[in-house]
Design a binder for this molecule. Structure first.
Ligand SMILES: NC(=S)c1ccno1
Length: 229
């Protein structure tokens, strides 16, 4: 397929939904191949232990390096990008999603929030490109939800996954602005009218109105995107 995605996680069943979603079609059509790997399959003790107490003390547990090393030995190839969802990572953006959509191979390492032994990331960087990536400044219990979001954001940008590529052009963050408000029939709903400009057939005026809506909405909701203080 155009892209191969490997996911390493202690909750492999979590990713079952990828079989039914939009990406399910892409998988059927052989555009995107997804393989999920259970980290516990790379343990060798009776309890299939994946984490242990942190050196230096502190609360929580840290994921042991050995199982990760064996798992990544199996799935991480030099052409791949290893993505480690983490609140300590670089911000995930539409620009990064577009960049990742051009890759032939992505590997997602889903760790617990307390994190994976740092030597795993250090070792992986000697094999392939590694990016610690954050969905946002909040804390989840693990990387799975973040990986799912990133896989959806990237997957839909892979050529052939979306039926109508034009719909990708006018998306939020595509041009650095939030998208304009959208309307469909009926023209009046609960006494609320669709903005008359949209029914005018004047396409130049409509495009101008939409741009103004984008700027106004971005200024109101996300001034940071405009470089405003
Ligand atoms: N914010 C992200 S990506 C995260 C991963 C685990 N906990 O938070």
């Amino acid at each position: 397929g155009r892209m191969r995605i490997d996911i390493v996680t202690i909750f492999p069943e979590f990713f079952g939904v990828l079989d039914v979603s939009l990406l399910g079609k892409a998988r059927e059509r052989g555009i995107i191949d997804v393989a999920v790997h259970d980290l516990r399959d790379y343990t060798h003790d009776r309890h299939r232990t994946v984490d242990d107490t942190p050196y230096g003390g502190g609360a929580g547990m840290v994921m042991r390096p050995e199982p990760w090393g064996e798992a990544l030995d199996e799935v991480l190839t030099p052409d791949a990008v290893l993505i480690v969802p983490s609140p300590a990572g670089e911000r995930f953006t539409q620009a990064l999603a577009k960049q990742l959509a051009t890759e032939s191979r992505l590997v997602f390492a889903c760790g617990r929030y307390e994190g994976i032994d740092q030597r795993v990331v250090e070792h992986a960087a000697s094999v392939a490109r590694v990016r610690e990536v954050s969905l946002g400044d909040y804390v989840l219990n693990g990387g799975e939800v973040a990986a799912m979001a990133m896989i959806e954001a990237v997957g839909r940008l892979v050529p052939g996954v979306i039926g109508n590529p034009e719909s990708l052009d006018e998306e939020s963050h595509e041009d650095g602005l939030l998208e304009y408000p959208s309307y469909t029939k009926p023209a009046v709903w609960r006494e609320r009218e669709v903005p008359p400009i949209l029914l005018s057939g004047n396409h130049g005026a409509i495009a101008a109105w939409r741009r103004e809506q984008q700027v106004e909405r971005t200024r109101r909701v996300r001034p940071d995107l405009l470089g405003d203080a």
